[in-house]
Design a protein around this ligand. Structure first.
Ligand code: ZN
Length: 309
């Protein structure tokens, strides 16, 4: 939790808005993500997102990380902020930390069904956990904080769907709505999977083309795939993790039409399952602060690449 990597120095105040600075920063950013060749993924049977139940009692405290001097204490509403000047100035990124540490205390509320266009689905789920009880909800908030810090350093305005400051939820339809109302340029929903032991690796979930009820993903399918491919490529580079060995045919990409958070989005959005909490080797990574920092950096670089075009 105390890891401070070479790319994770406290942000330096940048007040200049000179275009020259923007260009200089842009020139320094990696552009090799397009080398990551990915194939069309088919739908998958796995779902760590909707089937998780917490094995351990989650901590009610909000996770904190050191070395993040621009992290704000959680407030009563999702925080929005923009700090440094940089290539993402004027861009809005919504981070959706999957689940909520307090969901397990509110099963009746989160089990209420909401319409996701193609189906009715639970408002939210508890998420999964490692066999030792490190919960997915703790993991997603920790990575979200690290990711927010990195994106702010690039000048982005960052908003959370929740920051462990709610008693439950939000529901998946509200999570989508938060991104929509923010007119986000990119939304990433953070997760870790709950598959079987031996099933390892990450995958990025892309919205399928859906036009049913309130869901119409037609306009976001292509940009979301672009976002997802870039995140997958940079995630491999930053973490050294391999794409999932159990979904996505080795591409690290899966397309799904059963996730409300994607179906109801009107802005480019992907999910990322950073690893499998139920596999001991993946769990060793997911519980490492140093690894989570790498994961956040990989996701951040993918977003930056997408938003810079
Ligand atoms: Zn999840």
């Amino acid at each position: 939790m105390s890891y401070v990597g070479p790319d994770f120095d406290p942000p330096q105040p940048r007040r200049s808005r000179r275009r020259a600075l923007t260009v200089a920063l842009a020139a320094l950013l990696p552009g090799a993500l397009l080398g990551w060749v990915l194939y069309e993924a088919v739908g998958d049977p796995g779902d760590g997102d909707a089937s998780g139940t917490a094995a351990g009692r989650p901590s009610a405290t909000t996770p904190t990380i050191s070395g993040t001097s621009d992290d704000k204490p959680p407030g009563p509403t999702p925080a929005t902020d923009s700090t440094a000047a940089g290539p993402l100035q004027g861009k809005v990124v919504v981070i959706d930390p999957g689940h909520n540490p307090n969901n397990f205390q509110h099963t009746s509320e989160i089990n209420r069904k909401v319409n996701i266009g193609t189906n009715w689905k639970e408002c939210d789920t508890t998420g999964t956990s490692t066999n030792d009880g490190y919960t997915e909800a703790e993991f997603t908030l920790d990575v979200a904080h690290r990711l927010r810090t990195l994106l702010r350093k690039q000048g982005a305005t960052v908003k959370f769907t929740q920051d462990g400051d709610r008693s439950w939820g939000p529901c998946i339809d509200e999570r989508a709505e938060i991104g929509n109302k923010a007119h986000a340029d990119a939304v990433v929903s953070l997760h870790a999977d709950g598959a079987g032991a031996g099933q390892r690796g990450f995958h990025v979930i892309l919205p399928a083309k859906v036009n049913a009820g309130a869901a119409n993903t037609g306009p976001i399918v292509t940009p979301s795939r672009d976002l997802g491919e870039r995140i997958a490529g940079s995630f491999v580079r930053a973490t050294g993790s391999a794409p999932s060995n159990y979904v996505g045919d080795g591409t690290g990409l899966v397309t799904r039409e059963d996730l409300g958070g994607l179906n109801l989005s009107t802005v480019p959005k992907v999910f990322i399952e950073c690893g499998n909490m139920r596999d001991s080797k993946d769990a060793a990574l997911l519980t490492s602060g140093a690894w989570r920092q790498k994961a956040a950096r990989g996701i951040s670089e993918g977003i930056v690449s997408f938003l810079r075009g």
